[in-house]
Design a protein around this ligand. Structure first.
Ligand code: PSV
Ligand code: MN
Length: 431
């Protein structure tokens, strides 16, 4: 199977033209950081080590409950999706893994899928199960829940699907299963708030029992949608309880869009680190709810503050297992590849900015209760233009100095449009 690829030499030629200006900016930033006793090369090396996984579902146009507007040359299956992800990785040099979603991405032959991904230079991150909608051929419906359903037969079906995800994941080299369920109630009284959670815990325990020893189970919470009165795993408290009740390799997955407006997500992150149960992230951005907008598009300072907690925890050796960084976005008005290029970069930007925080000075300001100075120390790191560090890390990693410009010059989307017929516009749907 062959995939559309970027023309040979395209990135190299663009990089060659852009390198002199980058070098100037990079050197100037180096001088500026040296005055702050920050070693530029150390930060660039850290940037080069940063990576974030791509959601297989993110390379197609998303949609809302009202409509989906497919774009030209959209991927038709997991093989096309991987080809698009490979383009993102080729240009950013920081997205070497893809997080697949089953059954959407169920391969006929997992070995073939794994080999294909390897040929593209990609691996797999956490596999996601899907018991939040009914799939063709499924015996029992998830309309009234899945892992927490009142009917044991429905729960058994949902558990079996998760076990199948583990089996598929093993055959493609994944090391984690992410479980997000849409279970919940739209009306007070519709469900027993107590018993529905107990049933969820029982089901999760069965999934955990089948988890290979080197795997992690990531439990994702979400405030609302599709359930609008009470979601079974509605917040980090419930997810943490579930992880703690389940076992040491169960941890919490924080999707940035899954909180009430105004929630202090960085504080949630700090608490999960304290509990040793921070499993990973679905990075995205939002203004009102689970908007699934591009990471860093709305609240870049919040993203920075989250990474500030992570870098601080790294420094204090409080992150024995690195959290899984994954994007989870829905691209409705952009070319999904372009959004992913920039979102990966925004995640790395927040991480690098957080690496610039003067930790000793912050400790001292906090110790002296100097609120203004402490917050200025964070702002100073946040407002540093780390663009040259990101571009240099990409360049050194084999990516593009300017991924978006290189992508736009490549004609990749037009190439896909001629090889992949447009999918019929369907109705609404969140994915
Ligand atoms: C649910 O809103 C979610 O965040 C979960 O991670 C799903 O797997 C993903 O979006 C795609 O629907
Ligand atoms: Mn998510």
């Amino acid at each position: 199977m062959s995939a559309p690829v970027l023309a040979a030499g395209l990135v190299d030629a663009a990089n060659e033209a852009a390198l002199p200006a980058l070098q100037e900016d990079y050197d100037a930033l180096g001088l500026q950081l040296a005055r702050r006793s920050i070693e530029l090369e150390r930060v660039t090396e850290a940037a080069g080590r940063f990576s974030v996984a791509l959601p297989s579902w993110g390379v197609g146009s998303g949609g809302t409950r009202f409509a989906r507007f497919p774009g030209a040359g959209e991927p038709r299956d997991i093989f096309d999706k991987l080809a698009d992800c490979a383009v993102v990785h080729r240009l950013t040099a920081m997205t070497p893994r893809v997080s697949p979603h089953f059954p959407w991405d169920a391969p006929g032959d997992p070995a073939e899928l794994r080999a294909y991904a390897e040929r593209l230079g990609l691996g797999f991150d956490a596999v996601n199960s899907n018991t939040f909608q009914d799939s063709p051929g499924q015996a029992l419906s998830y309309k009234f829940g899945s892992l927490s359903h009142t009917d044991p037969a429905v729960r058994a079906q949902a558990i079996a699907h998760n076990l199948e995800c583990i089996r598929l994941g093993e055959s493609i080299g994944a090391k984690a299963l992410t479980v997000w369920i849409g279970d919940g109630a739209n009306f007070p009284g519709q469900q027993s708030l107590a018993r529905v959670f107990e049933r969820y815990l029982e089901s999760v325990a069965e999934i955990y029992a089948a988890l290979p020893p080197d795997w992690r189970l990531l439990l994702e919470y979400k405030l609302y949608e599709p359930a609008f009165y009470a979601t079974v795993v509605q917040d980090w408290g419930s997810a943490l309880l579930a992880a703690q009740a389940t076992g040491p390799r169960a941890a919490v997955l924080v999707d940035l869009g899954h909180h009430a407006p105004g929630t202090n997500i960085e504080q949630v992150v700090a608490r999960l680190i304290h509990a040793g149960r921070l499993g990973g992230f679905h990075l995205n951005d939002s203004k009102y709810g689970d908007d699934d907008l591009d990471a860093g598009a709305i609240a870049p300072y919040r993203l920075f503050l989250i990474f500030n907690e992570l870098v601080d925890a790294e420094r204090r050796n409080r992150l024995p297992t690195a959290p899984a960084y994954m994007l989870d976005q829905s691209h409705n008005v952009t070319d999904p590849i372009e959004s992913l290029l920039l979102s990966a970069s925004e995640a790395a930007r927040a991480y690098v900015q957080a690496c610039l925080v003067d930790r000793a000075a912050l400790d001292a300001a906090q110790g002296a209760n100097d609120a203004l100075l402490a917050t200025q120390i964070l702002k100073r790191a946040f407002t540093t233009d780390v663009g040259p560090i990101l571009a240099m890390a990409r360049y050194r990693g084999g990516g593009a100095i300017d991924p978006l410009a290189a992508y736009r010059a490549s004609g990749y989307r037009a190439m896909c449009a001629s090889g992949r017929p447009v999918r019929a516009a369907s109705g609404g749907g969140i994915v």
